[in-house]
Design a protein around this ligand. Structure first.
Ligand SMILES: C[S@@+](CC[C@H](N)C(=O)[O-])C[C@H]1O[C@@H](n2cnc3c(N)ncnc32)[C@H](O)[C@@H]1O
Length: 268
């Protein structure tokens, strides 16, 4: 008999392994951030807007760089992630930068109970949904973390990107994975550090834009906007072309959406 898949333990192991490499990576440029550079990208800055005086929850916050960028912009921030390595690093980074923020180590599926308060803004971005098998349960947590009238902002890589093989040539994965058919991948490098060899085994699911929006609607949120963008704010793929400062397209995927952003709110 095969063992049931412990996707959470497997992914936690890989995120704890990635974290120290990411902290030291040129991709995250923590030294630049410590000198004042903002890690947030134009899409979320424009969509989330002025956060001064707002209580903001950052779900799947990794080591807190974006969370603390929101804190620098005046929000009162809580960050949540299931990686103990990431949350320790986030807490240390806040102290080093002299910023006030609370970081909570918990699974996103128990976010509401773990944070114990509601927020004006819940935010989550870039590489978050693929780790989650069940978007309905995720969206219920998002809704439960919002105060009535509070806003949710998701900025995520577009599912179009995730259907391809590594060479971006053949379609090998569904754009919307059934829960019972996760995608198993083994990698020798993390995206933020192409130099260091490291063994990573991940379990993930692709989610279509329709599934994202429908989960939020089923959780009782009202959709305010759903936008698709034909550029991404980082150089993640081979063949990336910088079409404007900080805006990248991918040579083999010109003319397709690379990022999706969704804004929704909890009815007052
Ligand atoms: C790609 S990162 C987040 C991206 C963020 N924009 C960044 O680059 O800093 C994905 C994060 O999701 C977290 N994560 C994955 N599965 C999770 C889960 N079930 N509950 C909470 N956090 C999870 C990982 O630990 C990781 O920090």
């Amino acid at each position: 008999m095969t063992e049931p898949l412990d996707w959470r333990a497997q992914n936690l192991k890989s995120w704890n392994t990635r974290t120290p490499l990411h902290l030291a990576s040129a991709f995250y440029d923590l030294e630049g951030w410590k000198k004042g550079a903002c890690s947030l990208k134009p899409i979320e800055i424009e969509e989330v807007g002025d956060v001064r005086g707002l209580r903001l929850l950052h779900l799947q916050c990794h080591f807190g760089q974006d969370s603390l960028s929101w804190a620098r912009r005046g929000a009162s921030v809580v960050g949540l992630d299931f990686s103990d390595a990431a949350i320790s690093a986030a807490t240390a980074l806040a102290a080093e930068a002299g910023l006030t923020a609370r970081f909570v180590c918990a699974d996103v599926y128990s976010a509401a109970a773990a944070v114990g308060e509601t927020f004006d803004v819940v935010f989550s971005s870039y590489g978050v949904l693929g780790w989650l098998p069940d978007l309905d349960a995720w969206a219920r947590q998002v809704a439960a973390c919002l105060r009535p009238g509070g806003r949710f902002h998701l900025v995520e890589f577009h599912p179009f990107l995730y259907v391809f093989d590594e060479a971006l040539e053949r379609i090998v994965y569904p754009w919307d994975s059934p829960r019972e058919s996760p995608i198993h991948t083994e990698e020798n490098r993390t995206y933020a550090d192409p130099e260091t060899e490291v063994k990573l085994a991940d379990v993930s699911w692709n989610h279509g834009v329709g599934a994202m929006a429908t989960a939020l609607l089923r959780a009782g949120l009202v959709l305010d906007s759903l936008r698709e963008h034909d550029w991404m704010p980082c150089k993640l793929y081979p063949g990336s072309i910088e079409v404007a400062p900080g805006r990248y397209r991918i040579e083999k995927l010109l003319g397709v959406p690379l990022v999706v952003s969704i804004a929704a709110h909890r009815p007052a």
